[in-house]
Structure formats: C-alpha cells, structure tokens
Design a protein around this ligand. Structure first.
Ligand code: PHE
Length: 499
C-alpha cells in the first residue's frame, strides 16, 4: 500500500493496544499537530485507525487571579490588617484599609467578600474581625495557589473563582488514536511512502514533472482550526442588502447631512415649533452657526402653512413661528429631512412623478437606552411620488419589501403623525419571543407638507428601523447585542447574512 508520507509516519507511530494522542503522535513523528490531525482523519476514513474523542477542560488564571495568588485575596489581606490593627477588636474602616495597602476597586472586592466569607462584620463604619475565622482554610485561596502551582482543581470552588473572574475555563477535544485490525494488516503487508505534492508550482509546470507526481488529496471535511478574519458587521451587511432590495424595486438613493437645519428636520414636516419632540430634551442641538442656504420662497411658504394652513378649509397652528429656530442646527432625529430636501427640489432639482427614493442612514434621538432603544440607530427611509396613491399601495410596498427578508406577517396599526394622514405603524412578530414589535412608521404626506414643497401629486412615505428588521431576521432580543460594548461577539461572528 502506498500512502502519503505523513500518514505512513502516523501509522508507524500508532499502536493497536495503546491509545496515542495527537500530541504524542506529533512528538513521535516530528510533525506539526495539524499535519498529524489531517493524517489521522485520512487514515480513519481509510479504516486504518480508529479515533476516540473526549473533551477536557483546562483552567487558566486571569491576570487578577495571578495577582491574588501572589499577594493574597483582598478579603484575606483585609482580615489580617484588621486583626493587626485592633488586636481582635473592631477598628475604624479607614484605618484598616490604609493598613492593608489595598487600593482602587480591590477595596470594594475585599469588603464584599469579607462579610460573605465570615471573616467578620462591618458595622457603623467599623470592621470587627471574627477571631475564629481561619484564612489558611480559605478554599478559594487554596484553589488559586494550587492552580498557580500547575495543579488541577475541581468542584464548586472553580465556579466561585470563575464568577469572580479569577479564572477562565477552556474546553478542548482530545483525540486518541489506535490502529484497527486493517491498520495492523496493512503495516504487516508493508506500507510505502508515496511522494505527494500538495501544490502545483511553476517549476513542476515548466519541467513537465507535474505529469508524473502524485497529488495530495485534500480532506475538506477534516476539523480545522477556526479562522476568524475580519468581516463586515451584520448591521452593515443587512443595510447593504436593504439597499440592493430597494434598488431592485426601482428606488434611487438619497444622501444628505446628519446635522441639519430644524427647517428640514421638522418645519417642512408641519411639526409645530412647540411640539414636545422639538424641545431641548429630545433634540441633540449643536452649537454651530445657523444654516444660511435655505430657499427664501420655501421658508415663506412653510411659515405660511404653519400660521394659516393650506387650502381653503385649511388651518394653521396660530402659534409663533421663528425663522431663527428653523435655521438652527441639530442632529437629525429621522431621515425624513432627506425626503424633504429631495421633494422640495433643493437636492436634485424639481422631480416629476412617478419617483421613488430611499436612504438607509443613521438618526439620533435623546431616548433612554433599553433593550429596544438606542440613542442612534439606522432608519430605512423611503417615499413614492405618483398620481393617485392609496393606502393599499403603501401596504403592498411593505409586503413586497419585507418578503425579501422572509417576513410575511406584517401588521398595521392606525397612528398619528403631524405630517401624514392617514398614518400607520408597522409591527412584526419576534421569531423567538412571539411578541409583536414595532418596526416602522408610515403614511401619506399631508397637503400641509406637500403644497409648500411645490408637490402637486400624492406621496406615500415611511421610516423603518433597520435594527428591528435585524431582530426579526436573526431572533436576538436586545439591540445592544449588535451595538456597543455589550455586544454579543458570537452572534456577530456567526450570523450569516444571506444575499
Ligand atoms: N419620520 C417617521 C419616524 O421617524 C417615519 C415616517 C416617515 C413616517 C415618513 C411617515 C412618513 O418615525
């Protein structure tokens, strides 16, 4: 039998009676463990060896664990300092802490474990050490010392050390190899090393040698170490996919400033200037000069809509309207500011119906951070301008859009926006919790919005939350799993965004 060299070496080093681990075989054959693992899998597929797999746990001290193994646990140091300082009597806390030379976060760690582990009591600012406590019998200290000395430790104390972040545990697979009867027979009949070539080189090609050599077979099913290269964040990947889907549905992309005049963010949308969302509580105002570049005639028409309304039966808010406030700059709380810029003709010139536009961009809100709210998130903004649009067009567009992401049970709830009538909130069902979650807001722009912009036909529009779409697609239920310091790295690494 002819086999590649690495396999012959492993076969010769393996035994029919004693299990050999990959590490032992690597040492015996003077090959890398990865090479041996590959060879072992190939030999197993040929039936020449059998492989038994077990998992073993290894425990490693963290930096903090190493420090305590050297210097003692903070609570033990505190106990000893308290005994020294008071000869067994209660001592003022500040005095003990000073004497213990514990600093920074270690003081809190010492105090909380001191009481928990029965080293004494803390009462009205005094530490009373318990004379019967025995730091030499401290299980955690003993376990730390054993681990530092390379001994193994098990039992509940490991869980305790892990919860204190003093150790980390790793699991690894140990493979033990033995020769099968077929393997023994093959060895007795004689196994020769076939020279195999694992890659084609220019030399092999030019010399013509490639015709005679034997190529190594690749075992594409063998376990391989996991390679973690950089990858696009799933939010960005999903945003790209949303852009592809909308472009496929005939939409063009809008662009525009993150920090914009309140005029574009709110006034064009017929949002009264005293609306609660426009107070300094909700808005991220910026201390920069006001925006100059806004068409004067548009400002006049928008002011008039706010004061007097639009059309014969229309009515305005009859509350003061300040041009200075309209020109002041803030971070946009929605990307509907972009829709206003485009619909007004300010961005790409006057638009004739039909038109479809979208953006997938960041917005900023002074909300309270919780599992479903962030201070900044991505909005999928969009609008369609055409003659005679109805709510059915709006609903149909959403159904088509979400079906591209496998979401087919969108629900609609009537809603109120100062700028749309009628308005609808969209809901989708969370795949894990079964709860209905709000995924967007939409409606038909009112006359009070469209006429000042110079738009004569119908416009239906929406703002959808990209992060909520992600929640429906991948089933996580805390938005902080994908954003920020608490994010779930496994989720980000393992989630595949399908094209
Ligand atoms: N601006 C709305 C929001 O942020 C979304 C929306 C856009 C609603 C356009 C209707 C029309 O919730």
């Amino acid at each position: 039998m002819r086999l590649p060299e690495s396999q012959v070496a492993v076969l010769n080093a393996a035994s029919a009676t004693d299990e050999r681990t990959i590490a032992q075989l690597a040492e015996a054959t003077d090959q890398k463990p990865e090479t041996v693992t590959g060879a072992v899998f190939d030999l197993r597929d040929e039936g020449l060896v059998s492989v038994a797999e077990t998992t073993a746990e290894s425990v490693e001290l963290t930096d903090e664990g190493v420090e305590y193994a050297d210097e003692g646990l903070p609570e033990v140091r505190l106990y000893r300092a308290a005994l020294d300082a008071g000869d067994g009597d209660a001592v003022p806390m500040g005095q003990v802490i000073g004497a213990s030379s514990l600093g920074g976060p270690q003081v809190d760690i010492a105090l909380s474990n001191f009481a928990r582990k029965g080293y004494g009591h803390i009462d009205s600012g005094e530490l009373a050490p318990d004379a019967d406590a025995d730091p030499d019998a401290d299980e955690e200290a003993a376990a730390l010392a054993a681990l530092a000395a390379g001994e193994s430790v098990d039992g509940d104390v490991l869980d305790q050390l892990e919860s204190r972040n003093l150790v980390v545990r790793h699991e690894r697979t140990i493979r033990a190899v033995t020769l099968t009867d077929e393997g023994v027979t093959a060895l007795m009949e004689g196994v020769e090393a076939a020279e195999t070539v694992d890659r084609l080189t220019p030399e092999l090609l030019t010399s013509g040698e490639w015709e005679d050599v034997e190529f190594t077979e690749y075992n594409v099913e063998a376990d391989a170490p996991e390679a973690r290269g950089g990858k696009k964040h799933i939010l960005r990947q999903t945003a790209d996919r949303v852009k592809d889907v909308l472009t496929g549905m005939g939409f063009a992309e809008m662009e525009g400033p993150h920090a914009d005049a309140d005029f574009w963010i709110n006034d064009c949308l017929f949002m009264p200037q005293d609306h609660p969302a426009r107070t300094h509580w909700d808005r991220f105002a910026l201390d920069v000069p006001p925006m100059e570049d806004i068409p004067e005639d548009l400002i006049d028409r928008v002011r008039d809509a706010h004061l007097n309304g639009v059309g014969e039966d229309g009515d305005g808010y009859h509350s003061p309207w300040s041009e200075d406030f309209a020109r002041a700059i803030a971070l946009r709380g929605h990307t509907t500011s972009l829709s206003m810029r485009y619909l007004s003709g300010h961005e790409v010139g006057e638009l004739e119906p039909p038109q479809r536009y979208f953006s997938v961009e960041k917005v900023y809100r002074n909300d309270t951070l919780d599992p479903t709210h962030l201070l900044e998130f991505y909005q999928i903004e969009g609008w369609v301008m055409a003659e005679d649009l109805s709510v059915r067009d709006l609903m149909g567009t959403f159904e088509e859009f979400y079906s591209h992401f496998g979401i087919t049970d969108i629900q609609f709830k009537p809603h109120y926006n100062p700028y749309t009538e009628p308005s609808f909130e969209l809901f989708g069902r969370h795949p894990e919790t079964g709860e209905l979650i709000e995924i967007g807001n939409s409606g038909m722009f009112r006359e009070e919005v469209l006429r000042p912009l110079g738009v004569e036909c119908d416009v239906m529009a929406w703002g959808l939350a990209l992060e909520r779409l992600l929640m429906l697609m991948y089933g996580f239920d805390d938005i902080r799993d994908v954003h920020g310091t608490l994010c779930d790295l496994d989720l980000l690494r393992e989630t595949e965004v399908l094209k």
